[in-house]
Design a protein around this ligand. Structure first.
Ligand SMILES: Nc1ncnc2c1ncn2[C@@H]1O[C@H](COP(=O)(O)OP(=O)(O)OP(=O)(O)O)[C@@H](O)[C@H]1O
Length: 251
């Protein structure tokens, strides 16, 4: 890990109508760090991811990816510059196989035509790359399965394999454990730990506190659109301001 900030947020503010959704959010995420983003419902976590990935443009402030200002860049330009994201809802093509889904992501990254009708040939570069990515998430044995038949935990792993295929500098995981059966949580946790071990910079919004605290280097706590604290998991849990923000909520 280095001190170089792979992602920097500078005084991010967002107003929609008269509502103040985000205010003064400043954050540096060093290369290779995993940061958990937590906060009560409606705190602004998903909106912050939307600002980082380009779904929403902030009213004020800047987003820097590996030192480059991407605040005014489109979603696609940011993805091409190395920003990968999963969403709370599945982004898989349900009728395609696991391999075909990951292969399309690998092909898109390589700049080739992403044709759904092209029959994958064994040994083509995109298929090889897709198989490598599936192996990284422990799903190569499911390569031929139809995506619609996968359990939630498996779908999340395929989505992560699709991210890896694009070789991103920064990965945003939006509630990866949502809808995942409790028995599948440990295996998915290990896949996310593997992303981190691979030296990738990862931000993760997650309500499953045990998962967050067991995985991340630092935790950013949001409340009413502001950052309450950014610190180690231990320090954040011991922080009285954080505890009072969560009063009435299970932490
Ligand atoms: N386009 C929008 N227009 C108006 N209000 C919005 C818009 N997007 C988000 N909000 C409001 O901003 C606040 C933050 O929402 P956001 O979904 O980012 O919270 P969150 O922390 O991700 O919540 P959760 O944990 O429930 O997913 C909420 O009060 C939400 O209603």
């Amino acid at each position: 890990m280095t001190d170089h900030a792979m992602l920097s947020l500078e005084q991010i503010g967002l107003r929609i109508g008269g509502a103040r959704i985000l205010e003064g959010v400043s954050l540096d995420v060093p290369a290779g760090q995993m940061l958990g983003v937590i906060g009560p419902n409606g705190a602004g976590k998903t909106t912050l991811f939307n600002v980082v990935s380009g779904v929403v443009r902030p009213t004020s402030g800047r987003v820097l990816l590996d030192g480059a200002d991407v605040t005014r860049e489109s979603i696609h330009r940011r993805a091409a510059a190395g920003l990968g994201r999963t969403f709370q809802t599945s982004s898989l093509f349900p009728a395609l196989s696991v391999l075909e889904n990951v292969r399309l992501a690998a092909q898109a990254h390589a700049g080739g035509a992403t044709s759904l009708v092209r029959i994958p040939r064994a040994g083509d570069a995109a298929s090889e790359r897709a198989l490598e990515c599936l192996a990284e998430v422990g799903l190569e044995h499911r390569a031929g399965a139809e995506a619609s038949g996968l359990a939630h935990g498996e779908k999340r792993k395929v989505e992560i394999a699709m991210l890896i295929a694009a070789d991103p500098k920064v990965i945003l995981l939006d509630e990866p454990m949502a809808g995942v059966a409790s028995g599948d949580v440990p295996a998915l946790t290990e896949v996310i730990r593997g992303l981190h071990r691979g030296g990738r910079t990862v931000l993760m919004v997650e309500h499953h506190m045990e998962v967050v605290l067991g995985l991340v280097d630092r935790v950013a706590v949001m409340h009413h659109g502001e950052l309450l604290a950014v610190d180690t998991p231990e320090a954040v849990m011991a922080n009285p301001t954080v505890q009072s923000a969560y009063l009435g909520e299970a932490m």
